[in-house]
Design a protein around this ligand. Structure first.
Ligand SMILES: Nc1ncnc2c1ncn2[C@@H]1O[C@H](COP(=O)(O)OP(=O)(O)OP(=O)(O)O)[C@@H](O)[C@H]1O
Ligand SMILES: [Mg+2]
Length: 373
C-alpha cells in the first residue's frame, strides 16, 4: 500500500474506532511474519496523540476475535493490579485494545485484511538483541506479568494454538514425520534425529510433572523474546509487555526457558557456525535476576526450581519442531535459505547440548538468586 492509500485507510479506521483527532502522521514500525505495525499521530484540540495500528496475519489464528478477547481479559486484569499498586503512567505499563463502533476489535477491509488499534507505549523502544541491563529489565517485565496474573483463572482463556508447548505431542509429531519421511530426508538427519530421541525423557520432564499435578497451568505469554518488552527510551527501564496474541494457559518454566533460549544465545537461531552457539551464563543470570524476584511468592517453589529445566525443554522442543518441518518438506516455517529448517534444528541442538552441560551451574545461579530475596 502506498502512503496515500494508507492515509485513506487509517482515516477510515480512526472514524470506525472513534479515535480522537485528525491524522497528522504515519510511521511504519515493523513489517514482519505475523504483524505489520504502524504508529499514527493525531491532533485533537491542539494535543498530539499516538496510537498503534496493526494489520494482523489472521491466518495464524483461526479465531482472531477470541484471541483479542483473551488479550483484553488479561490486560484488564493487569491494569487493575497496576492501579491497586498505585503505579502511575498506566498507559505506558499495559496495552489496551480498542473496539470499533460495532464493538469489534478488528476493522476488516474489502481485501479481507484485519486491522486493530492499540494504545501506544510512548517514549519507548523495543530491542531485538538486548544487552545485560535491558535483559534484566525484560526479566522484571515478564516476571511482573506473571506476578500480576498469578490469581487469574487460566482455564477461562481460549487455547489460541492448541498443544503449543505440549512437548510430548511435539515429539510424537517428530516420530510420525520420521516414519512418513515425506521429503525423503531421514537419512540426511539421522544424527540429529537420534540425538533428539535420546533426550526425549529430559524434554518431557515438565509435561510429566504437570500431568502429575506438581506444576500448575498459569497464564503465560508464550513469546517471551526481549523485543516483546517496551523499555523507556531514556532510562532503559521496563514498561509494558506487548505482543500478547499467544497468551494462553501454560507452564511458567516455558516462558522463562524461551526468553533465555532466545536472549542468552549470542549465535542466533540459524547460525551455520555452530561454534558461536552457546548459552551465555551472564545473560542467563541477568534475565533470572529480573524474573525470579518478580515472581517469588506468587509461584510455587517447585516452579522456581524447575526454571532451568524449562530452558532445556523449550530448546529441545524447538529443535524437534524444526526437524519435523524439515522431514515434512518445509511446510510450516518460512524458509529463507536452502535447508533452513535443518540449520535451525542444528543450531537448537547445539544450544541444547550446551544447556544440558550447564544445568548444574544454572541451578546454582538460581539458588544464589533466591537466597538473596
Ligand atoms: N503498543 C505498542 N506501543 C509501542 N510500540 C509497539 C506497540 N505494539 C507494538 N509495537 C512495536 O511494534 C513491534 C512489532 O509489534 P508486535 O511485537 O506486536 O508484532 P510481531 O508479531 O512481533 O510482529 P513481527 O511479525 O514483526 O514479529 C514491536 O516490537 C514494537 O517495537
Ligand atoms: Mg513481537
Amino acid at each position: 500500500m502506498n502512503n496515500h492509500e494508507l492515509s485513506e485507510l487509517f482515516t477510515t479506521i480512526i472514524k470506525d474506532f472513534n479515535l480522537k483527532g485528525e491524522l497528522i502522521g504515519i510511521e511504519c514500525v515493523s513489517t514482519g511474519n505475523i504483524n505489520d505495525t504502524y504508529t499514527i499521530k493525531t491532533v485533537y484540540m491542539g494535543n498530539e496523540r499516538e496510537y498503534i495500528l496493526q494489520r494482523v496475519n489472521h491466518r495464524v489464528f483461526s479465531n482472531p476475535e477470541r484471541v483479542a478477547e483473551n488479550v483484553c481479559k488479561v490486560t484488564d486484569h493487569v491494569e487493575r493490579k497496576l492501579r491497586e499498586a498505585g503505579v502511575g503512567d498506566i498507559r505506558r505499563r499495559v496495552l489496551r485494545y480498542y473496539r470499533n463502533a460495532d464493538g469489534n476489535y478488528f476493522h476488516i477491509t474489502s481485501e479481507g485484511d484485519y486491522w486493530r488499534v492499540l494504545s501506544c507505549v510512548y517514549n519507548a523502544i523495543s530491542i531485538d538483541f538486548a544487552d545485560i541491563p535491558h535483559l534484566r529489565q525484560a526479566g522484571i517485565a515478564f516476571g511482573e506479568f506473571q506476578n500480576y496474573l498469578s490469581d487469574f483463572p487460566a482455564e477461562t482463556l481460549y487455547e489460541t494454538i492448541p498443544d503449543f508447548h505440549n512437548t510430548k505431542k511435539r515429539y510424537s509429531d517428530l516420530k510420525n514425520a520420521a516414519v512418513k519421511n515425506t521429503a525423503g530426508r531421514l537419512s540426511e538427519v539421522r544424527e540429529e534425529y537420534e540425538y533428539l530421541l535420546s533426550m526425549e525423557e529430559k524434554a518431557v520432564v515438565l509435561c510429566e510433572l504437570s500431568e502429575k499435578g506438581e506444576l500448575p497451568f498459569r497464564v503465560v505469554h508464550n513469546d517471551t523474546k526481549c523485543n516483546n518488552v517496551m523499555f523507556d527510551s531514556i532510562t532503559g527501564e521496563r514498561l509494558a509487555v506487548i505482543d500478547l496474541d499467544t497468551v494462553m494457559p501454560g507452564l511458567v518454566a516455558y516462558d522463562f526457558g524461551d526468553a533465555v533460549r532466545f536472549a542468552a544465545n549470542p549465535g542466533g537461531e540459524d547460525n551455520e557456525d555452530l561454534s558461536q552457539i552457546y548459552l551465555d551464563l551472564d545473560y542467563y543470570s541477568a534475565f533470572a535476576e529480573g524474573f525470579v524476584p518478580s515472581v517469588y511468592g506468587k509461584v510455587t517453589d517447585k516452579e522456581i526450581e524447575t526454571l532451568p529445566d524449562g530452558v532445556l525443554a523449550i530448546t529441545l522442543e524447538l529443535a524437534a519442531r524444526f526437524l519435523t518441518d524439515y522431514l515434512n518438506g518445509d511446510v510450516y516455517f518460512k524458509c529463507k535459505k536452502q535447508r533452513h529448517n535443518l540449520l535451525r534444528a542444528r543450531a537448537q541442538i547445539k544450544l541444547a547440548k550446551d544447556v544440558f552441560g550447564k544445568i548444574p551451574e544454572l541451578r546454582a545461579r538460581l539458588e544464589s538468586i533466591t537466597k538473596k530475596i
